[in-house]
Design a protein around this ligand. Sequence first.
Ligand code: ATP
Ligand code: MG
Length: 434
Amino acid sequence: MGCFGCGKRSSKRSETTNVDKKYNDTVKNRKTIGGTTSDKRDDQTQPCSAVDSTKVSPYRDVNNEGVVVVKEKEDQLALDVKGLNLNDQAAATTTGKKAQTFTFKELASATGNFRSDCFLGEGGFGKVFKGTLEKPDQVLSVAIKQLDRNGAQGIREFVVEVLTLSLADHPNLVKLIGFCAEGDQRLLVYEYMPLGSLEDHLHDLPSGKKPLDWNTRMKIAAGAARGLEYLHDRMKPPVIYRDLKCSNILLGEDYQPKLSDFGLAKVGPSGDKTHVSTRVMGTYGYCAPDYAMTGQLTFKSDIYSFGVVLLELITGRKAIDNTKARKDQNLVGWARPLFKDRRNFSKMVDPLLQGQYPVRGLYQALAISAMCVQEQPSMRPVVSDVVLALNFLASSKYDPNSPSSSRRRNGSFRRDDEEKRPDLAKETESDGSS
Ligand SMILES: Nc1ncnc2c1ncn2[C@@H]1O[C@H](COP(=O)(O)OP(=O)(O)OP(=O)(O)O)[C@@H](O)[C@H]1O
Ligand SMILES: [Mg+2]
């Protein structure tokens, strides 16, 4: 649930066991913009007066005997919703029967009391632990995210996450199993995604870890696009995700991608409206320039972020990389001039692919990303077109052993293959910014 306003976190640990190294690595500098950790994180459209009040635990009540009691778990989520002025219908749905409620004790015991060897990672919301829920007939692996009460994110993100995921049901969205809203504790319980996040497979690979191959990258891109299509086109009301990035694409068995972290999600514009005005939130490098400058959020803001993710998949470069020369630090800034000349395209591809990609597929994938990251939101495609194109790309399996692939790896591909390439330079000419 990273967003502008999530300040840098630094690890306070000094030991250097493997678990702690992972901890230290994941609590890395997050490039987020829009303020400091002390900023209020509510949007202009949804005034939120009670965000910080949970720290003094408004959920306690005194019974007839003068004993402080903790209210029913469902009531506490409803109170969160009320305090945030979210609409009652949504609140009713939330406390509906989809997500289970857990006690803090149940979740503590599922994670061995949040043991460090169950630690999976940490984001703006707090730490994430692997847990095991024992049911009468099965043992279920889950990921448990615990709100850091001193952290940058809060009750708003918690409630929006529960609301959105309670309403959603799609194979490319992570499933919310339940939550705990006991006292001032806020925890979210998700299905466990065994392969972690896309970021773990794309950037800073530990030595010996195999990079993703071309087919898997296209499969991930297509699945993530389908998840986004569900949010934009099939949810009622439609939802703008606002936090699409590699660390929020989680991977299940066989690299099945699922979008996660809906704390920043917003209901899309309705009626004649073209946008929703919000305080700017999101993550550096992924945020559409039009949204960053005006605060006007549209479905096309998500399309821009998707284009950045697709570029990361193709190039293996990070959305923002401070280790590069200043002019190349922003991935889109680096890519735009290169989009103009087809002779650059083979230089853009991730060197870790070692030439194992289809030339035509590369050009098509670059064309899609170039269209998504156009400066003008109206020039960006709608998500259904992105899905169509990526489903096609993902279903055209690349075989590294085919004769044309080996010809190219030997450096003799140019004439034959180049003629079949789509004219990407032409397609991107309309992007005045490049
Ligand atoms: N359902 C899950 N299954 C397995 N691992 C998970 C799950 N959810 C999160 N993780 C792990 O925990 C890490 C932290 O996730 P989290 O969403 O809190 O932060 P983030 O996405 O890295 O940053 P941000 O706060 O900016 O979204 C992820 O990178 C992932 O490795
Ligand atoms: Mg995340």
